[in-house]
Design a protein around this ligand. Sequence first.
Ligand code: BDR
Ligand code: CA
Length: 339
Amino acid sequence: STRLIVDVDTGIDDALALLYLLASPEADIAAVLCTAGNVPVGQVTANTLAVLDMCGRADIEVAAGAQVPLVAPLMTTEDTHGPLGVGYAEFPATSRAPSSRSAAEAWVELTREHPGELTGLVTGPMTNLALAVRMDPELPQRLRRLVIMGGCFNHPGNTTPTSEWNVAVDPEAAREVFDAFSGLPSRQHPIVCPLDTTETIEMHPVHVDRIAEASESTPAEALSPDDPRGQRSRASNQVVRHLSDALRFYMEFHRDQNLGYLAHVHDPFAAAVALGTVPYTTTPATVDVELEGRLTRGTTIADWTGIWRREPNAAIVTATHPEVFFEHLTARVGAFARN
Ligand code: BDR
Ligand code: CA
């Protein structure tokens, strides 16, 4: 199994990534760390606790992270993920408090306790990990692997024309993380899941139906764009109901961006890459992040051919099989929701 530190900004697709991990026998989650991103860190932490508690996993540590990026003022995106970060879903309140240590402390301490064993999965801005590396520059060497959802290379951005959200929120953090892995052997280079690949992962209403079917719930319904806004799913299964309410908001957002009535579920794909449960190919490259530039701050740049004469520091996921991924995701999350 894969022992994981998961760092999230929950977030609709982060929530689905967590569900997927909880549904996966390969995943052994050591802690879930929260970062400010899609919504402020307090809301991210509440959402994350709610997902774990709803799935009966109140035993998993949840630690709150930094409230703001390293340098940039915080930006959040309620337009994309809803006022509370989970679309139209209304999660039950949790009485559980987050861990007494910070997310950065958890990164440092867990990797010291389990050197060489843990896979890091970051599906939000890299603020916590960058702070942890500042505290302990040897940290990257103690990770078995790091998987990042972030960046875009030969593909348009989703935040500025050339930048991806997780990097755009905290470009200094992203740059420090990529720098920290320079000089490590290629088997330890971060596996980067950029928009180039995650935007080929299109979740359609039919996939939500499949989850509902596999969960033996009454249909998710209310996922059609013709339903009046605000109508909630009537699925009999709690997880399916919350997921449909979250995804309907996310699909409406994508539709309003003229992308069609679908959702790019970036983070669940990165989770599957971390578990090795989905086919994918990677290409080595040297990755750096633009911090200046009137128009280009937050842009990730990959040198694929060695023009910079710097060793590669990343393995970029350049292709996958979306159909295989959705077969797997829907069957797994549905079966998990059933139980
Ligand atoms: C990333 O940005 C966030 O809004 C999503 O949760 C995902 O991690 C995609 O750019
Ligand atoms: Ca995210």
